[in-house]
Ligand binder design. Structure first.
Ligand code: NAD
Length: 430
């Protein structure tokens, strides 16, 4: 309030003896003024009491920001999506279900007869219309995606009240390494606060679900060992994204230790394929090559080509399903641990790194267009020059065996890209 207004108001209040009309010179209020005072106080207290009654647990229908959930029809959709179609099936809450990996995992589980419910906040980190298209595909297979944020504890609690999930496949996150320099808080919101909120709800659920969640190969950061093994150092993250995933692994340890939650972390290595993420190089290279734009090709120190252990989506899905199927039950109940619970971490990669120039060569061949390239020194923005997974542990314990090489996987991606976005040269539909 500007000082002049402040002063004028103060003077007025002093002159009138305050808001409740006590005359400046009188020693006591009139009976009607006192009655008015007590009536107003009572109404205010009743108002606060009723507001308190409706907020903590479960309003019938809640509107939070742009999200709306609750009510009998909504609950019916939630239950229906979780119906089992096979004996001994599992009932899974998939977070980030409208995302690239989440949509594929949800479909794979549903197709084999498991109960699947998705949750996603449909944020605009990349084109949300792609998330809506994935949602439509899932809907056609009977999967309902609840629109909401994993930080919304009322919503998560409500979901666990409606359905006793046996498993959570946690894939919602702020992905991307470079974006962390633009919007660091989004990583704290989704990858740290969101993860803690999810674990809080899971630890209180009865029964507690087993949790499988996506960490990342980026936790290896400045690790010099090659290939990367789960035993290598992960205390030198090169980006805030990597640091948020490393923090997630530490937080997972805590919830396993205190509350007996069964938790499996999966370190994915550069996942690609149909319905992929537009912020990833293979995806925007395809778009830019088709539109005749120059693509940047980064080189590491000493002009060494950057290389990635590109892993095809179907292989990652098999790894996720393998992790869900081998997950032991959580041991806690009533927020208390009843015994030691499973805590695991696995690399899910392809075990054969491919350089970025080779990736571009394959795309040129598939698209039948020569790329315009600009070779640049890799900026210091959190990217690492090289990734290579050792998947011995996942192969022994999850039966994980990647089978798709980059040329085969990119062929499937390009086929999908052209069918989704249309003929070359045309601007992708919004
Ligand atoms: N794709 C890869 O190459 C790769 C590599 C390593 C790790 N990962 C991890 O795998 C997981 C899935 O990645 P993806 O490639 O499918 O990414 P994605 O961005 O396509 O999917 C994540 C989904 O989570 C949703 N989301 C984000 N924050 C949310 C929140 N607070 N509440 C609710 N929903 C939220 C987004 O809207 C998005 O649909 C992520 O945890 C990611 O960090 C991916």
């Amino acid at each position: 309030m500007p000082p002049s207004m402040d002063g004028a108001l103060k003077g007025k209040m002093e002159r009138n003896g305050g808001y409740f009309g006590r005359p400046a010179n009188s020693r006591c209020c009139s009976p009607s003024a006192r009655l008015f005072f007590w009536a107003a106080t009572l109404i205010a207290l009743l108002f606060i009491f009723f507001m308190g009654m409706t907020s903590p647990s479960e309003p019938r229908r809640r509107v939070l920001g742009s999200y709306s959930w609750g009510g009998p029809d909504w609950e019916k959709q939630v239950r229906h999506s979780c119906k089992l179609k096979r004996e001994n099936g599992i009932v899974v809450l998939v977070t980030g279900a409208a995302g690239f990996v989440g949509s594929h995992v949800s479909l794979a589980l549903k197709k084999r007869g498991d109960g699947v419910l998705g949750i996603d906040n449909f944020n605009n980190y990349y084109d949300p219309s792609l998330k809506r298209s994935r949602q439509r595909v899932l809907e056609n297979h009977g999967i309902f995606i609840v629109e909401g944020d994993i930080n919304d504890r009322y919503l998560l609690k409500k979901l666990f009240d409606v359905v006793p999930f046996s498993h959570v496949m946690h894939l919602a996150a702020q992905a991307g390494v470079r974006y962390a320099m633009e919007n660091p808080i989004s990583y704290v919101h989704s990858n740290i606060a969101g993860l803690v909120n999810l674990f809080e709800i899971c630890k209180s659920a009865n029964p507690q679900p087993a949790i499988v969640w996506a960490s990342s190969s980026s936790v290896y950061g400045l690790n010099k060992e090659n290939p990367f093994s789960e035993h290598d150092r992960t205390d030198q993250p090169a980006s805030l994204y990597a640091a948020s995933k490393k923090a997630g692994e530490a937080i997972a340890h805590t919830y396993n230790h205190i509350y007996g939650l069964s938790i499996t972390g999966l370190r994915f290595f550069t996942v690609y394929g149909p319905w992929g993420r537009p912020d990833m190089a293979y995806f925007f290279f395809t778009k830019d090559i088709l539109q005749g734009k120059t693509i940047p090709i980064f080189q590491g120190p000493n002009q060494v080509d950057v290389a990635r252990d590109f892993t095809y989506i179907d292989d990652i899905v098999k790894g996720c399903v393998g992790a869900l199927d081998t997950a032991e039950k959580s041991t806690g109940s009533g927020e208390k641990k009843k015994g030691p619970a499973q805590l695991r971490i696995y690399n899910l990669g392809n075990t054969s790194p491919v350089s970025v120039p080779e990736l571009v060569r394959i795309l040129e061949e598939l698209l039948k267009v020569k790329a315009k390239k600009n070779v640049l020194r890799m900026p210091s923005n959190g990217d690492v020059p090289f990734t290579h997974a050792n998947v011995t542990l996942a192969s022994m314990e999850l039966g994980y065996k990647p089978t798709t090489d980059l040329a085969t996987g990119l062929k499937k991606f390009v086929k999908w890209y052209l069918s989704y976005y249309g003929v070359p040269g045309r601007i992708p539909r919004a």
